[in-house]
Design a protein around this ligand. Structure first.
Ligand SMILES: [Zn+2]
Length: 324
């Protein structure tokens, strides 16, 4: 069974100014629309709605109160989102139009993690904010949805120590925020393949935290990328599968590895991205490990199509009873 977590509230609309950022802030709605067109009414059998946005109370599990106060102010928020002109926008408007969709997406990742435990594979159509740190937002990432998902499952007893979490980050950028969230947590194991020449290359503390560290050259092509992935991921999962085993896999499936992406600096084709995603998913499914997937970065207009291609393949491949 594949569970798809989605809310129409994910899309960010800020009177058009969101277009100044390379991120397609409406790709979630576009992805859902395309899935509906391709898969028809059966899609609703897989849908997990999002009940509410993440609250400050939730977020205190992964962020400092000082940081949450900072991003309530336009200046602090503009810095975290890397949209300097937002400094002059009213705080209430920013909270409503920019921050709230990200709170919904963050809650979506928590629900997707729970759905993965129940159904095997779950995809949140937004989220994957892997640059958000405990006391700082950066790289368009405000809230560490991935860390919140793990901490929430633990708090509810759905993940029990010493069960492991395998975090696989294949976004073109190194997932430094996740490394900082779990700097001293030895039950979270991090596998990260990334373009070593781009942001956040300065963050050596984060890189040192990665358990399977695979820095790639600028312009890495699909054949080489997939060769490295196939060489390292199975062994990484095998080594963690020994007692007490992996309780949850989290796959950050950033599509900014695409050849035309303006930020990723890598050269994968759409076909390479699909092959990558299906390989990762199969590695978890064949070991019986629940997996949650988040879309993370992707800065071309086609980005949503890569996400839908993977989900369509999943829906076709895994035909088990629908969610009741
Ligand atoms: Zn990225």
């Amino acid at each position: 069974m594949v569970a798809l977590v989605y809310s129409p509230r994910y899309d960010i609309r800020f009177f058009g100014v969101e277009r100044f950022h390379p991120f397609d802030s409406r790709k979630y709605g576009r992805a859902w629309k395309e899935l509906r067109q391709q898969f028809g009414a059966r899609l609703w059998n897989h849908h997990v709605p999002v009940d509410r946005p993440s609250t400050d109370n939730d977020l205190l599990q992964v962020h400092s109160p000082e940081y949450l106060a900072t991003i309530r102010r336009p200046r602090g928020l503009a810095a975290a989102l890397e949209l300097p002109f937002l400094r002059h926008a009213p705080g209430w408007l920013l909270a409503w139009r920019m921050v709230r969709p990200m709170r919904w997406a963050t809650r979506g990742t928590v629900l997707a993690a729970k759905a993965a435990l129940q159904h095997g594979v779950a995809v949140n159509l937004s989220g994957g904010y892997h640059h958000a740190k405990p006391d700082r937002g950066e790289g368009f990432c405000l809230f560490s949805d991935i860390a919140l998902a793990i901490r929430s499952l633990r708090a509810e007893g759905l993940l029990r120590s010493p069960q492991r979490v395998a975090y696989i980050d294949l976004d073109a950028h190194q997932g430094n925020g996740v490394c900082h969230e779990f700097l001293h947590d030895k039950e979270v194991f991090i596998f990260d393949m990334y373009n070593s020449q781009i942001y956040p290359s300065y963050d050596s503390e984060a890189r040192q935290r990665i358990d399977c560290n695979l820095p790639l050259p600028y312009g890495c092509v699909g054949v080489e990328y997939l060769r490295i992935l196939r060489n390292y991921l199975p062994g990484f999962l095998d080594s963690l599968s020994r007692d007490p085993g992996i309780g949850l896999g989290i796959y950050n499936a950033g599509t900014d590895v695409f050849m035309n992406d303006p930020l990723g600096g890598m050269r994968l084709t759409a076909g390479d991205i699909l092959e990558r995603d299906l390989f990762v998913i199969d590695q978890f499914r064949s070991r019986g490990i629940p997996l949650v997937m988040v879309p993370s970065g992707g800065y071309t207009r086609q980005s949503y199509q890569f996400i839908t291609a993977t989900i369509m393949e999943l829906l076709t491949m895994i035909t088990l009873p629908p969610i009741i």
